[in-house]
Design a protein around this ligand. Structure first.
Ligand code: HDE
Length: 723
């Protein structure tokens, strides 16, 4: 689209109109005259002195009427010669490009990466040399299995892809929020994804692994067991994209200026800490706000509350790698932090929303092959397959070899070469010389052995075989390590998720086969899942299942074990009615703001409420549009009459019941008691539950302090059977 320049409104022609034009004008004028929907602040027609630009076709031809097609008479047929209509419809018809076959649903933001520590001792990567130096990034988060329009809270691994625009070219770290993957070899990826996505005959279920084909595949693919533990854990239902860790997954190589190589795993750690929702909450959020994550990211950035992550290197030498009881080339394994600690070397801050979703978030083309000098690949067979797949995908999605010229994909350092032409070439290369060697163009770009990318000269030799190394054969030790490293509530959630998913499988054979695999991870885990499925405990793990020595639990793998109390970036929802105590609401708002949290008011109408002292408080949500699943903690602040009235509204009663069932901290006035009674919660009270805070006997500061501790896990057995 050419950049349109402002033009003044064309003066209305005074030339005589043909009968057809007269009819058209009359029709238009009649419509306009009767039109009560004229947009505020603007007529459809450009007026002299307007700030708006002249509407044009893609050829720059000024358009006089964007509401009526060209007809032979007011009620006559539309004329083929209407180039304005044809151009507009043609363009609309081609508005979509193929969605990503995986990771279709995503949200992204611009920001910067700041180097915090020189990494010259391990890598020559230019962006990791000078503390304090910043470079731009564009980061896209995504779910994997769902289509573009699916809901944000699907149980799924999240993509965490960062494009670093460095001064030595683009480095794309195309990772996930989990440090391992389902499979060890890229050749299996199409099968895994076919099994996970909708069944090909009926095209459902959408964005769920809870179906036969997925679990059938898993039961026959034991290497997936470690990743299964992760996706059945709470990591698969994050509270916010801002509260997820990120991982490069594969072992990469760092190379320093002397050509020495160190292995590395890349990690992102969120400044807000990690947090997840509970499963019942996830299911309900998907109905209440399918864009929950997308909206949260967007709103946080708009509010200036910029999401931030630490960037960490986890390095280890070849000798150290040789001493691990797993193979670092196997993407179903992680390197426990106890074996190789993380070194914080940078931070990423996302501080700008995309200006246009399609141009940026949809067209961004991440590619694992985009590395810069100082970062290199390893022989991980999953990574090697990815090195082919992403470029191939971009050709299909973006339609040709010039997608690097789309603004979001362009390097922000100079780039020159002799590649020319092709679909949608945007730049205009000048000169006669488009080849080398040449003697005609002394100023034409040339390679440089000193500064150019040099692949680490790893010695390689071997027979050509389709084989997996023996060192990839232990599929259960790290699955067990992960399970044993979880706190009790987290283990309970893994058990519950497996019971949920397998109960959605209709083939008993599939359930039983998965149970046998679980027995190889942990007897107790298998027994608990079997009890939840109403099945007998599996007697023995499958033949050939092997495990290394008993793993020592790693608390860094748990969300709860390393959680720090905080309300930063969190939201509290308060139920208010006419007659609510305005001073209390104000005090709550102030206390939350001091803790970095925000308050949203949920009221019987969107117009808000009138407080006891006669002031109007605007509402953020009407009752049925603001269920408690949207908040981290809640406050029930009705007037005495309001409390009784709310008890007749199912939405208000469910607000309280769900907040309780989702283990949230609840502050309430005695006036809210009718809601507890109606919700079947009359037996509960602050005596037995530290998450129930009665106001004004206790202060809003008390509430904020308790809410910062997170959910009341001790309440869980009261609201759900824990197998
Ligand atoms: Fe991807 N993956 N993937 N993947 N992946 C794609 O590329 C693929 C894998 C990941 O926000 C596709 O542009 C293969 C692991 C993210 O745009 C495709 C294999 C990890 C994104 C593709 C894997 C990822 C993708 C689809 C097995 C974590 C979204 C659209 C060898 C480390 C990036 C596209 C974005 C996207 C192929 C496995 C992460 C088809 C063949 C392991 C975050 O090319």
């Amino acid at each position: 689209m050419p950049k349109s320049t402002p033009r003044s409104s064309a003066p209305r022609s005074s030339a005589p109109l043909s009968p057809a034009e007269r009819a058209q004008a009359a029709d238009h004028d009649t419509t306009a005259a009767a039109d009560t929907l004229t947009p505020p602040g603007g007529e459809l027609q450009l007026q002299a002195g307007d700030a708006a630009e002249q509407l044009t076709t893609n050829q720059g031809v000024p358009i006089g009427d964007n509401q009526n097609s060209l007809k032979a008479g007011p009620r006559g047929p539309v004329l083929l010669q209407d180039f304005i209509l044809r151009e507009k419809l043609m363009h609309f018809d081609h508005e979509r490009i193929p969605e990503r076959v995986v990771h279709a649903r995503g949200s992204a933001a611009h920001g910067y990466f700041e180097c915090l520590e020189s990494c010259a001792d391990v890598t020559m990567a230019d962006f990791l040399q000078r503390p304090g130096e910043k470079i731009p990034v564009f980061t896209r988060f995504s779910t994997v299995a769902g289509n573009k329009g699916s809901s944000d809270l699907a149980r799924d691994v999240r993509g965490f892809a960062v494009k670093f625009y460095t001064q030595q070219g683009n480095f794309d770290l195309v990772g996930n929020n989990m440090p391992v993957f389902f499979i060890q070899d890229a050749i299996k990826f199409p099968d895994l994804i076919h099994a996970a996505k909708q069944d090909p005959d009926r095209e459902f279920p959408q964005a769920q692994t809870a179906h036969d084909t997925f679990w059938d595949y898993i039961s026959l693919t034991p290497e997936s067991l470690h990743m299964v533990m992760w996706i059945m854990s709470d990591r698969a239902i994050p509270r916010s994209l801002r509260m997820m860790e990120g991982f490069g997954v594969h072992t990469f190589r760092l190379v320093d200026a002397e050509g020495r190589s160190t292995f590395v795993k890349f990690h992102w750690r969120p400044k807000l800490g990690m947090q997840s929702v509970v499963w019942d909450e996830a299911v309900k959020i998907n109905g209440a706000d399918p864009d929950f994550h997308r909206r949260d990211l967007w709103n946080a950035i708009e509010a200036g509350d910029f999401p931030e992550w630490e960037f960490c290197l986890q390095t280890f030498t070849q000798d150290e790698a040789d001493g691990f009881d797993f193979d670092v080339l196997d993407a179903t394994k992680l390197v426990p932090e106890e074996l190789a600690p993380l070194r914080v070397v940078g931070r990423m801050v996302l501080d700008r929303n995309p200006a246009n979703f399609f141009a940026e978030t949809e067209q961004v083309a991440y590619c694992t092959a985009n590395v810069v000098p100082g970062i290199d690949f390893t022989n991980d067979p999953l990574l090697q397959g990815r090195l082919f797949s992403y470029l191939d995908t971009q050709l299909k999605r973006l339609g040709g070899p010039n997608f690097h010229q789309i603004p979001i994909n362009q390097p922000k350092c100079p780039f020159h070469n002799l590649q020319r032409d092709g679909h949608m070439r945007m730049d205009v290369p000048v000169g006669q010389v488009n080849y080398e060697p040449s003697s005609l163009g002394p100023d034409v770009a040339r390679a440089s052995a000193d500064f150019g990318y040099r692949t680490f000269p790893a010695p390689e030799a071997g027979e050509q075989l389709r084989i997996r190394p023996e060192s990839f054969a232990d599929h259960y030790s790290q699955a067990r390590l992960f399970f044993l490293s979880q706190t009790e509530p987290e283990q309970g959630h893994i058990v519950a998720a497996l019971i949920f998913e397998l109960s959605k499988c209709f083939l008993p054979r599939v359930r039983e086969a998965v149970l046998a695999r679980l027995a190889a991870v942990d007897d107790r885990l298998a027994a608990r899942v079997a009890a939840g499925l109403g099945l007998a405990e599996p007697q023995s793990p499958p033949k050939g299942a092997r495990r290394a020595a008993e793993p020592a639990p790693s608390p860094m793998l748990s969300i709860l074990a390393k959680a720090q109390p905080t309300l930063q970036g969190r939201k509290v929802g308060a139920l208010v009615t006419d007659g609510t105590d305005g001073a209390l609401v104000a005090a709550l708002k102030t206390a939350l703001a001091a803790a970095g949290a925000s308050l949203e008011l949920v009221a019987p109408t969107i117009a808000g409420v009138v407080t006891a002292d006669g002031k109007r408080l605007a509402a953020d949500h009407r009752l049925d549009g603001g269920p408690s699943v949207l908040f981290d903690a809640v406050a029930l602040l009705p007037s005495p009459e309001g409390g009784f009235e709310l008890a007749t509204e199912a939405a208000a009663v469910n607000f309280v019941r769900d907040a309780f069932a989702h283990l949230k901290v609840i502050a309430y006035l005695p006036a809210a008691e009718p809601l507890f009674v109606k919700g079947g919660l009359s037996g509960v009270g602050p005596g037995s539950d530290p998450g129930l805070i009665v106001l004004p006997a206790r202060s809003v500061d008390d509430f904020v302090r308790v809410a910062a501790e997170g959910r009341i896990w001790a309440r869980e057995p009261q609201v759900r059977k824990v197998f």
